[in-house]
Design a binder for this molecule. Structure first.
Ligand SMILES: [Zn+2]
Length: 491
């Protein structure tokens, strides 16, 4: 699989460099980055392990390598989708109406529609829907997905003979799509404070930590399925409403023991905060921190209604917050205080969550646009000392997500996984952006604040070329399989 790529422009450490050659080894990792005529600076920065060509303007590839020249392309680190429920792709377009007598349509009525889908899917169908969503992610430039997987049981609530049956289906879907995956086996215990799981929720539940731990252990060997691709298995607490304090504490210990990432939905809705205050006399993130979950391996998903002290807890732990702007807007969740998180030192990542859109550019600009609307100012997430906003947002989209998914990926540097995305510089929407002075900064800003997933032309996952000239192998059959499921569920 040895491969060398050279685009017109390559994003390295937040800046665009011309004619860089990226060399990929047989293990799918970047083994060298060659920046012609830039050796002195490389050494000063101390971040280049190998330089293959020392001659400015010439490209002497290592023996036996062919350089794949990407003309009129900009090469970016692959985007990481740090929060996804792939099956919710089935809800696209199905919840955008107001039922008669329901002027108060909100998150909770959307949740009822989502439950209808979770009741309907058998294992084959779950796999078909998941594959479709993950293929769409690849076409959009996501090279890795962190799947927050909470559908575990049969429709009657009984475990499958293999408690990891549906996890296996999700991993198989990722394998056939060709995307890297961190599968988070989600813990879900109850319907809410003092409430057993409802009929609709019984496909999600593990009644106690022992059963959860056994199911998690049954999931770990499935990693072999993904031998051609990067696969990780992690843990998640669905939310503070779905688990009692004992379960949360046990989950924190288990994640610590296994050294894996741990995610949780946190403070997406005011009702969740109120219920937590009533049950525990503290706010959700405070409860999670007191239960031992909030470490540098922790990711809080949403964080829409965090108090300032909760943002500080995340920053002090070196934790990540995954914001899902297109979903949060679609569900009417609200706008999180990103400046508070940024200044507390929490890292940001993005997720497509409900799949209302699968477009990393839309999520990234959603971070900044949301702050602009919330504060009535501009360039809100740019460095406090001044500077452009786009590099920070791009970092959240790749390195921030890689951290949340426990990956050695997210930047174009030796040792990193070769998860790469080439974007077409010849689309008419970018005409003129590269002319004149400071055009590199203009290009990055135009990509992040106005870019579209349709501009993505090539994608590599672990050095494997999975999207070529905007096309994905087996895409037509995946769409056909998916249509059949949609027809049965909505027929
Ligand atoms: Zn979610």
């Amino acid at each position: 699989m040895a491969l060398s790529l050279q685009a017109d422009l390559t994003l390295i450490n937040g800046a665009l460099r011309p004619d860089v050659t990226v060399h990929v080894g047989g293990d799918g990792r970047i083994i060298g980055v060659d920046r012609p005529g830039d050796e002195t600076e490389d050494e000063a920065e101390g971040n280049v392990v190998e330089i293959f060509s020392a001659t400015s303007g010439e490209f002497a590839a290592p023996q036996g390598r062919k350089i794949h020249r990407l003309r009129k392309r900009v090469l970016l680190p692959g985007f990481v989708n740090a929060h996804s429920h792939a099956f919710q792709r089935l809800l696209r377009g199905r919840t955008e109406f107001r039922a008669p007598g329901r002027p108060d349509d909100d998150f909770w009525s959307w949740r009822n529609a989502m439950y209808k889908v979770t009741q309907a899917l058998d294992p084959d169908e779950l796999e078909a829907v998941t594959r479709m969503a993950m293929m769409e992610m690849l076409l959009a430039g996501y090279t890795h997905v962190v799947e927050f997987h909470y559908l575990h049981n049969q429709k009657n609530g009984q475990q499958y003979d293999d408690p990891a049956e549906l996890s296996r289906r999700v991993l198989a879907a990722a394998e056939s799509a060709g995307i890297g995956i961190t599968l988070l086996r989600v813990a879900y215990q109850r319907g809410g404070v003092g409430l057993a799981a409802s009929v609709e929720q019984r496909r999600f539940t593990d009644p106690d930590l022992d059963r959860y731990a056994r199911a998690w252990e049954a999931t770990v060997p499935l990693v072999e399925l993904g031998s051609r691709r990067p696969v990780q298995i992690g843990m998640a607490a669905h939310s503070v409403r779905a688990l009692d304090k004992d379960f949360l504490e046990g989950l924190g210990r288990l994640a610590e023991e296994k050294g894996c990432v741990l995610h949780a939905h946190v403070a997406e809705q005011p009702r969740e905060v109120e219920e937590c205050l009533q049950e525990h006399d503290c706010r959700p993130l405070e409860l999670l921190a007191a239960s031992g979950l909030v470490t540098e391996r922790f990711t809080a998903v949403h964080g829409t209604y965090l108090a300032a002290e909760e943002a500080d807890l995340l920053g002090e732990a070196g934790a990540t917050v995954c914001i899902c702007p297109t979903t949060e807007r679609n569900l009417g969740d609200g706008l999180p205080d990103l400046q508070a998180l940024q200044s507390a030192g929490a890292r940001l990542a993005i997720g497509s969550d409900s799949q209302v859109r699968i477009n990393p550019f839309a999520e990234l600009r959603g971070l900044e646009d949301g702050e602009r609307l919330r504060l009535g100012r501009r360039n809100c997430l740019a460095p406090a000392a001044g500077g452009p906003v786009a590099p920070y947002l791009l970092e959240a989209g790749s390195a921030g997500g890689a951290r949340a998914g426990q990956l050695g990926a997210g930047s174009i540097a030796p040792g990193q996984r070769a998860d790469l995305v080439a974007v077409d510089l010849e689309v008419p929407m970018l005409a003129g952006v590269l002319e004149g002075r400071e055009s590199d900064g203009a290009l990055l800003a135009a990509l992040v604040l106005g870019g579209d997933s349709s501009w993505v032309c090539d994608v590599w996952v672990g050095g494997r070329h999975v999207v070529e000239a905007g096309q994905l192998l087996r895409w037509p059959s995946a769409v056909e399989d998916y249509r059949k499921v949609a027809k049965r569920v909505w027929g």
